[in-house]
Design a protein around this ligand. Structure first.
Ligand code: ATP
Ligand code: MG
Length: 688
């Protein structure tokens, strides 16, 4: 790892550490020589003179070792950031490369949390390995010196340090096991920390008075964490204390042994003095080695989590086409036909499929709408069409070839998606839009054209720095946008891509009526030339669609044009009527309040449900037909006598379409039976 990150520095560290170790042995031998000369017989000046060459050696060795230490420090300082960069980059290459489904997997999230800690451990691992290496080299040097003096001393030294080393390793193991066990708790803690300090949650936190609630949760999580840390600290202290006690007793034994050897005349006084120095140096080196072994072991385990995460997340990486796979095509040449046959999608851990056996065909230039209640599977279906999710079963085909036979990136380049939960990228407004086609150099004319299509241009030019305004309030001069303004930016991003297939998932949920109208005008202008898939709950915006697919529990239950579906009087007709009645009721009520209607106690809105883009000459007969139809229904009313309710008609306009609505006003409250009868006729709202 270090070698890959920076070969020169790694080689320098290894060479300098080895030299330093070898010099340590020389240093000890020089010390012994100095002592022998000083303890020899004869006048003091002569003894000092005799010791001078060895002293000069010792000084030189100390100086060189100091220099080498500085060199190692310098090289390490340059090496560790490079190692961190290499490791972290590989992690991000992985997290940005995995398929979307990885983010639905809790194991992936936990693995990522540990892997992030593992990237920091990589630095520690490099530093600790280098320190360990340095420790081993100095230890070897000292061992050579000690063995030269008396081999028995080596055995005694090992006894003195083995127990401490084992205790250190054991403590490291305990700490790591506790770390693994508290992975979920740490993520909870991290989530809570963000919730309490993040800008996005700040307003809601205050308006709902969530401070106490969140702090209590934090106390709970932290209480459990601190309890665990205290337990670990107790176990670690007990283990290391026992190790240190045994080590201390063994070290006392070493000194006793040394004394006995000296008394028995086995070693001279100078050698004994050197030996004390050597024992101390050996103890330092051994302590360093055991300490570093523990650190290498711990950081190695953390780093191992990183390696394990990379290996396990490989399962989420898209299969790369093999070079000899002749079946894989690089990218389609536009779009002629898109078909889905029996496409299903099942989220993990969910009982029911989100999308079940959808079969449909979309032709180039068509505008398609996906409609359905919340959770009916529209976004999931759109994610499969946009190549973000693979179906659990069934097949999607682009130009009659299965999606799998196209290069994934090549295919995705032909699709622009404005996802429902669009991201607010913390970059400038221009970059936010340019990201829609990031592989093409940013061109301000294109960016502005895309912004105009999404009704975002005027809003952006009013920002303090126009298109260059940074859209992140947490930076100096950064600005934030309103929800609807962000939605315009997201739509502009999709328009910029100018792809043969444009998918817009709830693109106008936060837009004001004028912006919504402008956006859908732009989308309508694609019809006939480019393919568009629209997902929206504002059904008046999709009456022009070539095909509307109505989903319920992941299944297409109705399909057809707006008029076909209205005539079908199914779910689409109900949803459309319900929504239109919101406008119609107000329009009819206001027209009635100024009319001849007598005051009454209850009323219902009878929605004619005939909406047309205009009342042109060709459409007029159709509208008359609808009026007649509405009148027929009223006359067929078995329960409403002429005096019981009066009616008024009103038309209103929304999103370029004319709506006609008929209101019935009852002089008596409408009971449940009557109400359900009215509902069965498509009457959408009852008001008082
Ligand atoms: N990542 C996920 N993991 C598990 N279940 C999911 C996930 N995303 C969506 N679902 C479930 O799949 C079903 C379909 O969700 P989907 O988002 O496709 O609905 P939708 O029709 O787009 O709804 P809406 O109108 O609210 O946007 C829902 O029951 C939802 O709870
Ligand atoms: Mg959705």
């Amino acid at each position: 790892m270090a070698w890959d990150a920076d070969k020169v520095r790694t080689a320098l560290i290894v060479a300098a550490t080895t030299c330093s170790g070898v010099l340590a042995a020389f240093g000890l031998l020089a010390t012994q020589r100095v002592l022998i000369e000083l303890f020899a017989g004869g006048p003091t000046p002569d003894r000092v003179r005799a010791a001078l060459p060895a002293l000069a050696w010792l000084a030189a060795v100390t100086m060189i070792r100091g220099g080498l230490g500085l060199a190692v420090g310098y090289a390490l300082n340059g090496l560790t950031p490079r190692v961190h960069l290499a490791v972290e980059r590989e992690l991000f290459e992985n997290t940005t490369g995995v398929e979307l489904r990885a983010f639905d997997d809790d194991g992936f999230a936990e693995g990522m949390e540990r892997a992030t800690r593992g990237t920091e451990a990589a630095i520690e691992l490099v530093q600790n390995t280098m320190n360990l290496f340095a420790g081993v080299v100095s230890l070897l040097a000292v061992i050579v010196a000690v063995v030269t003096i008396h081999p028995l001393l080596l055995a005694a030294l090992l006894v003195a340090t083995v127990s401490t080393g084992y205790a250190a390793l054991r403590a490291g193991h305990v700490r790591f096991q506790s770390y693994l066990a508290s992975s979920t708790r740490r993520r909870r803690q991290w989530v809570l920390q963000r919730l309490m300090a993040d800008r996005k949650s700040a307003a809601e936190l205050r308006s709902y008075g969530l401070r106490g609630f969140l702090l209590r949760l934090y106390d709970q999580v932290m209480g459990a964490q601190i309890g665990e840390e205290l337990r670990v600290a107790q176990r670690v202290t007990a283990t290391t204390s026992i190790g240190a006690a045994i080590g201390g007793i063994a070290l006392a034994g070493v000194y006793v042994l040394l004394g006995m050897l000296l008394v028995d005349g086995e070693i001279p006084l100078a050698a004994a003095a050197t030996c004390v120095i050597a024992v101390q140096a050996a103890q330092r080196a051994l302590a360093q080695v055991t300490f570093q072994v523990d650190r290498v072991f711990s950081s190695g385990q953390f780093f191992n989590e990183y390696i394990r995460f990379l290996a396990s997340s490989a399962a989420f990486l898209p299969g790369k086409p093999k070079p000899d796979d002749a079946d894989i095509r690089p990218a389609p040449d536009g779009l002629t036909e898109l078909s889905l046959s029996g496409v299903c999608f099942h989220y993990p851990d969910r009982d029911r499929p989100a999308v079940g056996a959808v079969t449909l065909t979309i032709h180039a230039g068509q505008t398609i709408a996906l409609v359905g209640e919340n959770g009916s599977g529209k976004s999931t279906l759109a994610a499969m069409i946009s190549g973000l999710r693979e179906p659990t079963s069934g097949e999607l085909r682009w130009n009659s070839r299965p999606y799998a036979s196209w290069d994934t990136d090549g295919l995705r380049r032909h699709i622009a998606v404005a996802v429902q939960d669009h991201h607010q990228w913390p970059f400038s407004a221009a970059t936010n839009i340019a990201m829609g086609d990031i592989d093409t150099p940013a061109d301000s004319a294109r960016i502005e054209a895309a912004a105009c299509e999404a009704a975002a241009h005027d809003m952006i030019t009013e920002l303090p720095h126009g298109y260059d305004t940074l859209l992140d309030r947490t930076f100096k001069e950064g600005q934030d946008l309103s929800g609807g303004q962000w939605q315009r930016i997201a739509a502009a991003r999709a328009f910029l891509r100018n792809a043969p297939l444009l998918i817009m998932d709830e693109p106008s949920s936060a837009l004001d009526p004028r912006a919504e109208d402008a956006l859908f005008q732009a989308l309508r202008s694609r019809q006939g030339t480019k393919t568009t898939i629209l997902i929206t709950h504002r059904l008046a915006n999709i009456t022009h669609a070539d095909q509307i697919f109505v989903l319920e529990h992941g299944v297409v239950i109705e399909a057809g044009t707006h008029h076909e579906l209205m005539a079908l009087a199914g779910l689409y007709q109900q949803l459309f009527s319900l929504q239109a009645a919101g406008y119609a009721a107000n329009a009819a009520a206001s027209s009635m309040s100024s009319s001849l209607m007598p005051p009454c106690r209850a009323g219902v809105t009878w929605l004619d449900t005939s909406a047309s883009a205009s009342t042109s000459a060709t459409q007029r007969p159709e509208r008359q037909r609808h009026r007649k139809w509405a009148a027929t229904r009223r006359s067929a009313d078995a329960g409403i006598s002429p005096g019981e309710a009066s009616s008024a008609e009103s038309s209103y306009q929304a999103n370029g379409a004319n709506f006609l609505c008929t209101a019935l006003r009852f002089s008596a409250p409408v009971g449940p039976a009557r109400r359900s009868w009215l509902t069965s006729w498509g009457i959408s709202s009852v008001y008082r």
